[in-house]
Design a binder for this molecule. Sequence first.
Ligand code: AMP
Ligand code: ZN
Ligand code: ZN
Length: 404
Amino acid sequence: MKRLLNFVLACGLAIAAWAAGNDTYTVVVSCDGLRWDYAECFDMPFFDRLAKEGVKAVMQPSFPTKTFPNHYTLATGLYPDHHGIVANSFIVKDDGKKYKIGNDVSHEGKNYGGDPIWLTAKRQGVKTATVYWVGSDVKIKEGHANYWEDYAKRPLLTPGERVDKVIDLLSLPQDKRPRLVMCYFEEPDHTSHSYGPITKKSRRMAEAMDSLLWTMWVRLKAMPKIGNKINFIILGDHGMTWTNELRVVNSNQYIKKEWNARIEGDSPALIYVDRPEIADSIVNALQGVDHIRAWKKGDVPEYLHYGTNANIGEVVVLPDVGWVFRNNTKVIAGNHGWDHTASDMQVGFRAIGPDFKVGYVRPGSFRNVCIYPLLAHLLGITPEPNDGNLQEVGDILKVAPRQF
Ligand code: AMP
Ligand code: ZN
Ligand code: ZN
């Protein structure tokens, strides 16, 4: 009887290991600015096909809905408040330096808190590869993924070359082959910034991304031996909305010069001051101003999960969606950064592969902090503590994950 029980237990563990995807590969593609409804508004047959043959969902980004905070949240499962990349540009509290996309400070590993999945996995003996994911070209803690590309190196790989790179990485001999590949594309974000979200140009770009990713999937599926073992996930970092020069709250009208305040960003704006009483003066000056909300960092509403990190300015100004807080009216056609619960900021999500349900349209939305535990599950590794919850996305999997 005992032997039988042991046998049943062993079978159970084997099935659990198989279900946890120990034998599978995972490719995650991020399309910057992939607004949740682009595939509804535009003609994107591959996205439609993935909805029929895989999983379709809406993913909620984290606040602020900017590129660097959210890509690093996807990688770590931590809210920006908890990993420290609190905006695309901010002041690093411990040395007073300015962090800005692509500058030297953005390449200092000490500014990146938490544990990106490529390190968590690598440490547990799982090979990983990154193609330009935010943070992946920075030496964080012990280093990089097993394979990585430097975003500072020119020329950048073209979109087609990135597809080739993903295929090449998965074509490596088994002992060198990464089990996780994370690949980044700048579009449709770039085009939507210049022309606005729902426009002919953004349509053309989103549709081009759809066919590029279709090509990638066809080539992945055709790979000998591993084609049927690849989980393929498409997601983005945030949505996109319209902006224009009429929706500007003029910061100069409210922030006095003698306050010596430094303002980073416009949607949201982080305001850095030397003395606490100036933060009070600023918040008082901004109370009741139409189209913005302003808080001292400790008073930011809880649902934004923002305000405890030392890198956040002493005052946070959050304009209404589409509005900006700045000292001029130089405004581009489209932008993002606002309240992460706003409908235009939501993100598209598709997944297909051996671990995902077929033809499942997920109701509601899930938080992007859940991607890190999801990837850990697919790779069969133990995640570091994080703000996500595998159970929140467990319903997209064929085999429900165990309750913890
Ligand atoms: P934004 O849309 O303003 O949030 O900024 C997105 C920009 O970040 C894109 O235009 C990319 O060119 C840039 N970007 C993405 N990944 C990296 C990276 N690893 N290093 C530097 N810049 C990057
Ligand atoms: Zn972005
Ligand atoms: Zn952008």
